[in-house]
Design a protein around this ligand. Structure first.
Ligand SMILES: Nc1ncnc2c1ncn2[C@@H]1O[C@H](COP(=O)(O)OP(=O)(O)OP(=O)(O)O)[C@@H](O)[C@H]1O
Ligand SMILES: [Mg+2]
Length: 361
């Protein structure tokens, strides 16, 4: 799978732009604030229907404009898929695959597989649990439409339950109706927990090997799933904590509180690892993500590397380059450093300046 081209109109600071991508490496270089990450964001939108850096779709419409468009063609060897996104200032966005509008974003997942790697991802181990949940969900949604549907349902029900908890604070007679949401929450929640358990076992296997290579066999890495509650105990926990939940107006147990823990040679990396070890753990995780998609989907994802090379030391840069040699990669950077020069022979190189993209001839 690779992206043939992308066209955008009024997307952030990119007014009208069309890029034909190279099948292997594409490097976008330019000074700060020129529009490099905006290109990555446009590609990300076509894979997930969302931005990786804002919850507000309207933020992506060029200042002063009423709408923005993104279109991409994805080559799948024997056929092509087209994704169109239309962002509107005064109404909901429209997403279409091969001209057919989709009702739920879960229908978009799987059309274009991507793995994104940005400087924030290097902080994944150090950051709060919500980032790690986002990582799991993003990956699992790409692998399974059913997971994506279950996740959407879970969030919808959780929101309704939390609203009801707040109403019960004022009107206790509504307390008896909470169980209606609890049954559904447990139903969808259990499915998420089970899928996340399986996912962690798989990603742990893959990461182990990559991390050994990345550290010259020095570090044995392990990933553990830390559910807020097990699938079997979920219902009981909700019942036991009902008064507490009413008091706080929010649900204290469930997959929305899960976490992942990372270990190197049996020591928790988040608590005791050096910054270098934490970052190296994140690199291994990202590379494992690529492998997992390849294995599960039978085709390699597109890799988006936003400003990440300069953040890595020489050894890791070298290893990353080796790993990306056979998948389509879109790289942004402020300058083409030595490590990238090796890649640049087979790469398409573009300069990004003030929202415009120029081939670097
Ligand atoms: N909705 C918008 N309309 C117009 N311009 C926008 C909009 N949102 C952001 N921008 C502009 O886009 C530019 C930032 O683009 P981007 O984040 O892609 O920069 P970059 O080239 O990746 O820079 P860096 O190297 O610092 O990461 C900024 O100048 C910002 O003001
Ligand atoms: Mg940027």
């Amino acid at each position: 799978m690779y992206i043939e081209n992308i066209s955008v109109k009024n997307f952030r600071n990119l007014d009208t732009m069309s890029i034909k991508f190279n099948k292997s490496v594409n490097i976008f270089f330019g000074k700060n604030a020129q529009g490099k990450t905006n290109i990555i964001e446009a590609v990300y939108m076509c894979a997930t229907g969302r931005s990786h850096r804002t919850h507000s779709d309207k933020d992506m419409i060029m200042f002063g404009m009423d709408s923005a468009m993104v279109q991409t063609f994805i080559n799948k060897n024997d056929y092509k898929d087209r994704v169109n996104i239309h962002l509107k200032k005064n109404s909901k966005k429209g997403v279409a695959v091969n001209s057919l509008p989709i009702k739920s974003l879960s229908e978009l997942f799987g059309v274009l597989h991507i793995v994104i790697f940005s400087p924030e991802d290097l902080e994944l181990v150090k950051k709060g649990p919500s980032e790690r949940r986002r990582f799991i969900d993003m990956e699992l949604c790409q692998l399974s439409k059913i997971y994506c549907y279950n996740l959407q349902q879970y969030w919808k029900i959780l929101k309704q339950r939390n609203n009801l908890l707040k109403q019960v604070q004022k009107n206790n007679s509504l307390k008896d109706t909470i169980f209606v949401w609890d049954n559904q929450l447990v139903d969808f929640g259990r499915k998420l927990i089970k899928e996340r358990e399986k996912f962690t076992v798989r990603i742990d296997e893959l990461t182990k090997n990559i991390h050994l290579k990345l550290t010259g066999n020095a570090e044995k890495m392990k990933i553990e799933y830390k559910p807020s509650v097990s699938a079997d105990e979920f219902e009981e926990k909700l019942n036991k904590n009902i008064d507490r939940d009413i008091y706080f107006g929010s649900t204290s147990y469930g997959p929305h509180k899960d976490d992942l823990a990372f270990f190197i040679n049996d020591t928790n990396v988040r608590e005791f690892g050096s910054q270098g070890q934490q970052r190296c753990t994140a690199v291994s995780l990202k590379l494992a993500e690529i492998k997992l998609i390849e294995e599960e989907k039978g085709s390699e994802p597109v890799l988006l590397l936003d400003d990440v090379f300069s953040e890595l030391d020489k050894n890791r840069q070298k290893y990353l380059i080796e790993c990306i040699s056979d998948i389509q990669t879109i790289i942004t950077c402020t300058g083409i450093e030595d490590s990238l020069k090796e890649l640049s022979q087979k790469a398409a190189i573009y300069k990004v300046e003030n929202g415009k993209v120029y081939p670097n001839l």
